[in-house]
Design a protein around this ligand. Structure first.
Ligand code: HEM
Length: 151
């Protein structure tokens, strides 16, 4: 058990959702794709992608709360590989993170308190800022998705 307060709150939520046997990805993707219907066709295998996207988002948010060094390289990589799926905007990532946290809150039931919400939202904001930084850095290194020509 970690001593970091957000990590402890996040672990409580994850345990509560697991005990409730709720797989949040179904409602999460239904809500996400009804907000961004044009993205539906980018998902060639929605079942597989919804598992991986949901799991990875939760791992990253927990990893941020425990100060894991692998988070930034993973986020930087996911942002560049996601360029294969279209020109995704920071707002879309924000919405995915917000909806993930909202669905966790619904699934966690009575264990979801203001402190739990605040812990998730704090890490969510850190992740949103990291994604913006990765988008900007890749755009400057590879404008429009292409490697910049050597000077
Ligand atoms: C915190 C945010 C996100 C995380 C952690 C995440 C993670 C992942 C992971 C792990 C995969 C599996 C394969 C791969 O690594 O490329 C994936 C696939 C994918 N993601 Fe995301 N993702 C995020 C946000 C988004 C957003 C905002 C979109 C917008 C539409 C998106 C669209 C896709 C698509 C289209 C695929 C491929 C689906 C397929 O081939 O069926 N992702 N994502």
């Amino acid at each position: 058990m970690t001593e970091r307060p957000d990590a402890a709150l996040i672990e409580t939520t994850l345990a509560a959702v697991a005990n409730a046997g709720i797989d949040i990805r179904h409602a999460l993707f239904e809500r996400f794709l009804s907000a961004y219907p044009n993205r539906h066709s980018a998902f060639l295998n929605l079942d597989a992608a919804s598992r991986r996207m949901t799991d990875e988002t939760l791992q990253i948010l927990f990893g941020l709360a425990t100060d894991e060094g692998w988070v930034w390289p993973l986020v930087a990589e996911l942002v560049v590989t996601h360029r294969n799926y279209g020109a995704l905007l920071a707002d879309e990532y924000d919405a995915f993170i917000d909806l993930t946290i909202d669905e966790l809150g619904r699934a966690a039931g009575r264990t979801w308190t203001g402190a739990h919400a605040a812990a998730w939202l704090r890490q969510g904001e850190i992740l949103k800022a990291m994604i913006r930084r990765a988008l900007a850095e890749w755009e400057s290194a590879m404008p429009g998705g292409r490697a910049a020509a050597p000077a």
